[in-house]
Design a protein around this ligand. Structure first.
Ligand code: HEC
Ligand code: HEC
Ligand code: HEC
Ligand code: HEC
Ligand code: HEC
Length: 189
C-alpha cells in the first residue's frame, strides 16, 4: 500500500509537471500573439485616447493634409497651437457628417462644450515643457527643421505617442550640431 502510494504521488507529480509546462507555454504563446497582433495593427503604438477620436495617420498621412491647416501658428509663433473644433468643421460640416464620431464632434461644437485634447508627455521630469524653458517653434521651422525630428513619424500614428524625451540634453545636442546658441539664457529667461 505504502509503495503504491509513493508511485502514485510520483506520477501525479510528473503529470503536474507536464501540464504545468503546457500551461506556461500556452500562456507565453498567447502573450506573444497579443504583443505581435497589437504591433501589427498599431505599428507606431497608440497614445492617449481623445474625447473625439482623431487620427494623424488618416489626416496628415493618408489624406496628406498639411500640419499648418490645424497647427496654424507653428511657422509664425512660439506655440504650434491645438485646433479648435471650428477647424475640423472646415471639412466636416460637409464630410461624413453622420458618421458617429463626427456627429459627436458637431454636437460638442454646437452645444459649446469645450474639448480638452489629451496631451502627450514630451518631457520625463515634467508634464509639460516647464515655464522656465523658452521654446519657439517658428525659429526652428524657419531653419527647415522637420517636425519629425522632435515629434517622430506623426503621419504614421493614429494616436500620438512620444518617440523621444525632449529634455535639455536633446535640445543642446542639436544646438551644438547646428552651431546655434547654447548658453543658458537662450532657453532660460
Ligand atoms: C482639411 C479637411 C479636414 C479637416 C480640417 C479635418 N478632417 Fe477629419 N477627415 C477628413 C477626411 C478627408 C476624412 C476621410 C473621410 C472619408 O473617409 O470619407 C476625415 C475623417 C475623419 C474621421 C473618421 C475617420 C476614421 O477614423 O474612421 C474622424 C473621426 C475625423 N475626420 C475627425 C476630425 C477632427 C476631430 C478634426 C479636427 C481636429 C478633423 N477631422 C479635421 C478631412 C478633414
Ligand atoms: C486635421 C487637423 C490636424 C492636422 C492636419 C495635423 N494635426 Fe496635429 N493635432 C491635431 C489635433 C486635434 C491634436 C490634439 C489631439 C491629438 O493629440 O491627437 C493635435 C496634436 C498634435 C501634437 C501635440 C501632441 C501633444 O499632446 O502635445 C503634435 C506634436 C502634432 N499634432 C503634430 C502634427 C504634425 C507634425 C502634423 C503634420 C504632419 C499634424 N500634427 C497635422 C490636429 C491636426
Ligand atoms: C526642435 C523641436 C521641435 C520641432 C522641430 C517641432 N516641435 Fe512641436 N513641440 C516641441 C516642444 C518642445 C513642444 C512643447 C511640448 C510640451 O509643452 O510638453 C512642442 C509642442 C507642440 C504641439 C503642442 C501644442 C503646443 O503649441 O505646445 C504641437 C501641436 C506641435 N508641437 C506641432 C509641431 C509641428 C506641426 C511641427 C512642424 C511644423 C513641430 N511641432 C516641430 C518641439 C518641436
Ligand atoms: C533639430 C535641431 C534642434 C533641436 C532638437 C532644438 N533646436 Fe533650438 N534651435 C535650433 C537651431 C538650428 C536654432 C537657430 C535658429 C536660428 O537662429 O536661425 C535654434 C534656435 C533656438 C532658439 C532661439 C534662439 C534665439 O537666438 O533666439 C531657442 C529659444 C531654442 N532653439 C530652444 C530650443 C529648445 C528649448 C529645444 C528643446 C526642447 C530646442 N531648441 C531643440 C535647432 C534645434
Ligand atoms: C537649448 C535649450 C537649453 C539650454 C541652452 C539650456 N537648457 Fe536647461 N533646460 C532645457 C529644457 C528643455 C529643460 C527641461 C527639461 C529637462 O529637465 O531636461 C531644462 C531644464 C533645466 C533645469 C531643471 C532640471 C530639472 O530636472 O529640474 C536646470 C537647473 C537647467 N535647465 C539649467 C540650465 C543651465 C545652467 C544652462 C546653461 C549651462 C541651461 N540649462 C541651458 C533647455 C535648455
Amino acid at each position: 500500500m505504502k509503495r503504491a502510494y509513493v508511485i502514485d504521488q510520483r506520477e501525479g507529480g510528473y503529470r503536474r509537471f507536464v501540464w504545468g509546462g503546457v500551461l506556461t507555454a500556452s500562456i507565453f504563446a498567447v502573450m506573444l500573439l497579443i504583443y505581435y497582433g497589437y504591433n501589427f495593427y498599431y505599428p507606431a503604438q497608440l497614445g492617449p485616447e481623445q474625447p473625439i477620436p482623431f487620427s494623424h495617420r488618416l489626416h496628415a498621412g493618408v489624406k496628406g493634409i498639411s500640419c499648418l491647416v490645424c497647427h496654424e501658428t507653428v511657422a509664425s509663433q512660439a506655440g504650434a497651437g491645438l485646433p479648435p473644433l471650428e477647424t475640423c468643421l472646415l471639412c466636416h460640416s460637409r464630410l461624413i457628417t453622420h458618421f458617429p464620431p463626427i456627429a459627436l464632434l458637431r454636437e460638442t461644437f454646437f452645444s459649446r462644450q469645450p474639448v480638452v485634447w489629451q496631451r502627450v508627455k514630451y518631457v520625463d521630469s515634467f508634464n509639460y515643457m516647464p515655464d522656465f524653458v523658452y521654446f519657439n517653434h517658428a525659429v526652428h521651422i524657419r531653419r527647415s527643421i522637420d517636425c519629425g525630428h522632435c515629434h517622430g513619424p506623426v503621419k504614421e500614428m493614429d494616436r500620438l505617442v512620444r518617440v523621444q524625451n525632449l529634455n535639455m540634453g536633446f535640445c543642446i545636442t542639436c544646438h551644438k550640431y547646428y552651431n546655434a546658441s547654447h548658453d543658458c539664457y537662450t532657453c532660460h529667461r
